[in-house]
Write a protein that binds this ligand. Sequence first.
Ligand code: 10G
Ligand code: SF4
Length: 322
Amino acid sequence: MDRVSPPQGSKPPLDLLIAAPRGFCAGVDRAIRIVELTIKKLGPPVYVRHEIVHNKHVVDALKAKGAVFVEELDEVPDGRPVVFSAHGVPKAVPHKAATRGLDFVDATCPLVSKVHREAERQVAADRHILFIGHRGHPEVIGTLGQVPEGKMTLVETLADAEAIAPPDPDRLAFLTQTTLSVDDTSDIVAALRRRFPTIEGPRGEDICYATSNRQAAVKEIAPLCDAMLVIGAANSSNSVRLAEVAERAGARAKLIPCVEALDLNWLAGVRTLGITAGASAPEALVRALVDHLKTLYDVCEREVAGRLETMTFKLPRGLEAA
Ligand code: 10G
Ligand code: SF4
């Protein structure tokens, strides 16, 4: 959809190229719905282990509806329900919740759960797993925690892939975090396949449709822009990757959580500005940014449509009719 704003007098001109797809993915949509429906079904407070998705605005909106966010299960009182975040959790977490008799709902994205099941399958087939991801990220902690200790080794960089010395080089598999840089991951996978020709793994990697579509959309518009703004949180892996992709594609780029964090000096000399949003950033934040820019500039706004997204995920059983 193309939208052109009328000229607005003496304000300086600013062309906006707004990437599509951007913002919420199907896994984020589903995770937020799960918290809302659990509150509706069981009443507040409903505890959520870790930010349901990495966005303060989403978290605050759910807090207002009766969600209480904690980092560890120990902070959940007996008798109250708990939702696990979209990023997934180590196996020990639902196990501990069950031992305590807690009512828990798993909001792990089905595409992350798919990687979890593949990890189990590869270990059952006696393969050691090389897991490509960023140390300390909750999705990485969750996936590492699907198999017994010592069965999976984290590979963070191309240098790691070149240096790693696995126990049996002929019984290997690789898996990846879902929100990585498509280009960096492809280099790492190529190095692993070159060094370990019998390694098993997905055809490309486990980067999800939403991550790769948002990166592709940024690659389309960044070369046409003087600068690019990415709406998303600093702890949002997929959002951080979007700013990196924009920089590499030739646009000065900045990740900001919301319009209030925008430093107007940063826009000095910018005639064409690209805008996108990470998979956990609500569209309202994009609209607030565009609306603010319209008060300062004579804005000509155009959405540049990339790959069409139609993905939706089913809700967990018991919540569909809540
Ligand atoms: O990009 P990350 O993994 O940091 O998460 P997010 O909450 O910012 O976005 C949604 C993506 C996930 C839930 C990870 S699969
Ligand atoms: Fe699922 Fe991808 Fe969204 Fe993560 S970014 S929640 S894997 S759809």
